[in-house]
Design a protein around this ligand. Structure first.
Ligand code: CMP
Length: 269
């Protein structure tokens, strides 16, 4: 993994050039694990009222038109609500793709860099969807999307599926502030921690069943041990309470940095 490679992305799947240096033993004759090999279903629990709003929001989305009832239900299960404030960057051009978004309400500017200058090329007005291109074509984000009013979005897809232990090198953890927490006209990311040999990251989303709360970047060359979510639950299940307790430390640190705990903890815990 090289400098600036992103290991996990905020609200995103861990990705890119992570080096798998350990694995559980695999026995092809052992069919007990068959169920575990199936893609885990992603479910963000929703109140009835939320699900009704979500259904209404998604009913005219072109990308969902060909899904059968069962598939549509799985998609609705996997979507999570994201509230945004005016000025908040939902997507930044050239970032890696993470989520696809469906608009429940709010207005959004679409901006593209022309000769290095941001030009507003269109708007979304209380309906529609965006963010599909980077995911469909595995390309960087083609445009920047900025909320121009308070808004509500439903995000889909990428789910957290791995846990990491640093074997060598250094990993920088950053968190993007929302516009409402900024005094300046930018949407910068703030470094909140560094992980070195023996330290872990990527557990929070697996423990809380929420989207990734932060991004992780290799600082120079890094080697990580990677554990998929099934192995994480099976092997580290006994450590779950310790990890959950540690979330309180994260929250205290975030309150100190941002004046809010960034809503990272498990709503069901
Ligand atoms: P993506 O590239 O994943 O992230 C930015 C999104 O902006 C893009 O997907 C589209 O969904 C949306 N978008 C809207 N208009 C344009 C445009 N003219 N060019 C590129 N992206 C656009």
């Amino acid at each position: 993994m090289n400098s600036a490679d992103r290991v996990t992305a905020q609200n995103n799947l861990p990705n890119y050039q992570t080096i798998l240096v350990c694995a559980e033993a695999f026995n092809p004759d052992d069919d007990e694990d068959d169920d575990e090999d199936a893609e885990p279903k992603i479910i963000y629990p929703k109140a009835d009222e939320q699900r009704i709003r979500l259904q209404e929001t998604c009913k005219d989305i072109l990308l969902f038109k060909n899904l059968d009832t069962e598939q549509m239900s799985q998609v609705l299960d996997a979507m999570f609500e994201r509230l945004v404030s005016p000025g908040e960057h939902v997507i930044d051009q050239d970032d890696d793709g993470d989520n696809f978004y469906v608009i429940e309400r709010g207005t959004y500017d679409i901006s593209v860099k022309v000769d290095g200058i941001d030009c507003c090329i269109g708007t979304y007005n209380n309906h529609g969807s965006f963010g599909e291109l980077a995911l469909m074509y595995n390309t960087p984000r083609a445009a920047t999307i900025i909320a121009t009013s308070p808004g509500a979005l439903w995000g889909l897809g990428d789910s957290a599926d791995s846990f990491y232990i640093v074997e060598s090198g250094e990993v920088k953890i950053t968190m993007r502030r929302t516009k409402s927490q900024l005094n300046v006209e930018e949407n910068g990311a703030v470094e909140i921690a560094r992980c070195t040999r023996g330290q872990y990251f990527g557990e929070l989303a697996l423990v809380t069943n929420k989207p990734r709360a932060a991004s992780a970047y290799a600082v120079g060359n890094v080697k990580c041990l990677v554990m998929d979510v099934q192995a994480f639950e099976r092997l580290l299940g006994p450590c779950m309470d310790i990890m959950k307790r540690n979330i309180v430390n994260y929250e205290e640190q975030l309150v100190e940095l941002f004046g809010t705990n960034m809503d990272i903890s498990d709503p069901t815990a």
